[in-house]
Ligand binder design. Structure first.
Ligand code: PLP
Length: 396
């Protein structure tokens, strides 16, 4: 074979892939495995993956749907009417939002797929995505993989963890095609302050970009807080879409069951991209998703009580070791500032070394996450209690 020194090794990743950091949890998993290999029993409070099973009535619906041969073919990317109609009915009863089940909703293979593919559907090189920082990593990796730019919007604690919309440079607003926002917010646990969605709609109208509201956590809320849909904001459907996921609210992370709702033209463009890259969501899962949304609310409420109890456990423990922390009203995370003298990483390292507990360094979610760490509430009660005891014993 001819030798050519300019050629890259055959396994070298594409430059656009090299431009993004490795997916953060991969590193965390590596560290846990390393500790386990050293015989240390590590408790991970890192990843937000519900520890209890998908609700039984959803599993039963899936079982029946799998037995139905009509679900065995290639799904259409437009989705089964049963799923689209269940989403439209859910959006009306839960959020008071009218959604046309024919033109304003289609399934997604998880919110992650949807957010990633929206970048490819809407962005070209030179375009900008405005992305909350800290934020779910795909808001920044998606645009970069699509050859575009992610412009970070620092989430300011003084503004209740919203970005300062007035501080976005004019040239970034001019180049903006997408804006990613998410409330209840991962990782900060913040809920949307009054008037913020309205201001986002105004900005998007003036600068003509599409708002993508990532609604992954509307169903996991506490202390009686009920999270709104972005689409309930006046004018939102003219400038935006919402990505709704069943992963966290219905304990369905493994099922990859989500949907995009809102602006029909934007959804058509996303559909056009999707028809080129995947073949839709398994229809049995769509039917299970429909059953989940139509099912009794009590299961979701029970999960929220479990998370709320765990949240209180964690917040109390952190306060007892001197961490100043607010109890979040949404998501499945506690977001807290690291003690003085620490960076996010040095504190996470300390917790791992001293207490054999994994917390996520806030900097993993973007530069504005520096100075914070995140604890996920998706660890069974007994283990979480043990983790909390370890924190108390080793970090007081
Ligand atoms: C803000 C946010 N969006 C989306 C997702 C992923 O959702 P899905 O499982 O539907 O891909 C997560 C998962 O942690 C998340 O935190």
């Amino acid at each position: 074979m001819a030798q050519n020194s300019d050629r890259r090794p055959l396994t070298a990743p594409a430059k656009r892939l090299e431009a993004i950091p490795p997916y953060m949890f991969a590193e965390l998993e590596r560290r846990i495995e390393q500790k386990a290999a050293e015989g240390i029993d590590v408790i991970s409070l890192g990843i937000g993956d519900p520890d209890t099973p998908t609700f039984r009535y959803v599993v039963e619906a899936a079982r029946a749907a799998i037995g139905d041969p009509s679900t065995h073919k290639y799904p259409s990317n437009r989705g089964r009417p049963e799923f689209r109609e269940a989403l439209a009915d859910f959006y009306m009863s839960r959020f008071g939002v009218e959604v046309d089940a024919v033109h304003e909703v289609i399934p997604a293979i998880g919110a992650k797929e949807c957010i990633y593919n929206l970048c490819f559907a809407f962005m070209d090189p030179g375009d900008v995505a405005l992305a909350s920082d800290p934020g779910y990593p795909v808001y920044t990796s998606g645009p970069v993989l699509a050859g575009a730019e992610a412009f970070l919007l620092p989430m300011l604690s003084r503004l209740d963890f919203t970005p300062d919309l007035d501080a976005i440079p004019a040239e970034k607003l001019d180049a903006a095609r997408l804006m990613f926002i998410n409330y209840p917010n991962n990782p900060t646990g913040a809920v949307v302050p009054d008037g913020f969605f309205e201001r986002v709609v105004g900005l998007a109208r003036r600068h003509e970009f599409l708002v993508v509201h990532d609604n992954a956590y509307s169903e996991t809320t506490y202390d009686g807080y009920v999270a709104p849909s972005f689409l309930a904001t006046a004018g939102a459907k003219e400038v935006g879409v919402e990505v709704f996921s069943l992963s966290k609210g219905y304990n369905m992370t493994g099922w990859r069951c989500a949907a995009i709702l809102g602006n029909p033209e934007a959804i058509k463009t996303y559909w056009r991209l999707k028809t080129n890259v995947d073949s839709g969501l398994f229809e049995a899962i769509q039917l299970a998703g429909a059953a989940a949304l139509r099912g009794p609310r009590k299961h979701v409420n029970e999960m929220c009580s479990i998370y709320q109890r765990r949240r209180d456990l964690v917040v109390d423990a952190l306060r007892s070791i001197g961490v100043v922390v607010d109890a979040p009203r949404g998501t499945i995370y506690v977001w807290a500032p690291v003690p003085e003298g620490h960076t996010s990483t040095s504190f996470a390292e300390l917790v791992l070394e001293e207490a054999a507990v994994v917390v996520s360094p806030g900097s993993m979610y973007g530069p504005s996450g520096e100075g914070y760490f995140r604890i996920s509430l998706t660890t069974p009660d007994q283990l979480l209690t043990e983790a909390v005891e370890r924190l108390r014993a080793h970090l007081s």
